[in-house]
Design a protein around this ligand. Structure first.
Ligand code: 0O2
Length: 208
C-alpha cells in the first residue's frame, strides 16, 4: 500500500474510529466505577490503573494489507478486533480474574479469551486478553463494538512495556542471548507476583 492509499483510507475511517472510541469510553466508565466503588467501600481495589488506545489508521490499514484483506473500513469492522484497546493493570493476579468475573456477572459479552497467564507465550509474555462486545447507543441505532481488553499485573506490565521498548529500539534484530534473558526476566516477574500474592493473602487473614 502506498502513501496515497494510506491517506485515502485514513479519510474514510472517521466513523469507524469514532464508534470504537465510544466503545472504549463505555468500558472505561464501567471499570472506573468499580474501581472507585471498591475504594469508597474501603475494600481492596483490584484496579491499579487503566489505559486505552485506538489503533492508528495506518496500523489498521497495514494489518488488513498484511492479512490480504481489502483495505477499507468495512473489512476492518468485520475482521479486526483490536481497533479499540483497553489495558487494566492490577496489583495481584487474583485481581485480574476478579475483574474478568465482574464483567461476566454483568452479562458483558466476552467473545474470545486468550489466557497468557495460564499459558505464557514462549517469550515469557503474560496477560489475560479478552475480546468484549460493547453496545454503543448512538442517537439512531445501537452498535456492538469489539474492544480488546488486556488485564495484567503491575509486574507483567513492567515486563511487557520494557520488552516492547527493547525490541522496538533494536528494530526486531535482537542481540545474541537477549530472548533467553528476557524470558528469565519474565520468570522473575512471575516470581515477584507469586510472592506479593502470598503477602497479600497473609495480610488479608491477619487480625486487625
Ligand atoms: P498494540 O499497539 O499493543 O496493539 P494479532 O494482534 O491478532 O495480529 P495475536 O498474537 O493473535 O495477534 O494477538 P494477541 O496475542 O491477542 O496479542 C496482541 C497484543 O498483545 C499486542 O498488540 C500487544 O499489545 C500484546 N502482546 C502480545 N504479545 C506480546 C509480547 O510478546 N510482548 C509485548 N510487549 N506485548 C505483547 P500489538 O498489535 O502488537 O500492538
Amino acid at each position: 500500500m502506498d502513501r496515497d492509499d494510506a491517506l485515502a483510507f485514513m479519510r474514510r475511517t472517521g466513523d469507524l474510529l469514532m464508534v470504537h472510541k465510544f466503545g472504549v469510553d463505555e468500558l472505561m466508565t464501567k471499570l472506573r466505577i468499580w474501581s472507585e466503588e471498591f475504594e469508597y467501600s474501603h475494600e481492596h481495589d483490584p484496579i491499579e490503573h487503566i489505559t486505552s488506545r485506538i489503533k492508528r489508521p495506518e496500523a489498521i490499514a497495514a494489518k488488513l494489507a498484511r492479512r490480504g484483506l481489502p483495505v477499507d473500513p468495512a473489512a476492518a469492522r468485520e475482521h479486526l478486533t483490536d481497533i479499540a484497546g483497553v489495558r487494566v493493570v492490577c496489583p495481584f493476579i487474583s485481581d485480574v480474574y476478579l475483574v474478568r468475573d465482574l464483567l461476566r456477572q454483568h452479562q458483558i459479552e466476552i467473545v474470545q479469551t486468550k489466557d497468557y497467564i495460564a499459558e505464557p507465550k514462549p517469550n515469557g509474555y503474560r496477560s489475560l486478553h479478552l475480546i468484549i462486545n460493547v453496545p454503543v447507543h448512538l442517537s439512531d441505532r445501537t452498535e456492538q463494538v469489539a474492544v480488546e481488553l488486556q488485564l495484567r499485573t503491575i509486574a507483567m506490565d513492567f515486563w511487557a512495556a520494557v520488552e516492547h521498548e527493547l525490541l522496538y529500539k533494536s528494530g526486531g534484530e535482537v542481540p545474541e542471548g537477549f530472548a533467553a534473558e528476557l524470558k528469565a526476566a519474565a520468570e522473575t516477574a512471575a516470581g515477584l507476583d507469586a510472592q506479593m500474592s502470598s503477602l497479600h493473602e497473609r495480610s488479608e487473614g491477619a487480625p486487625g
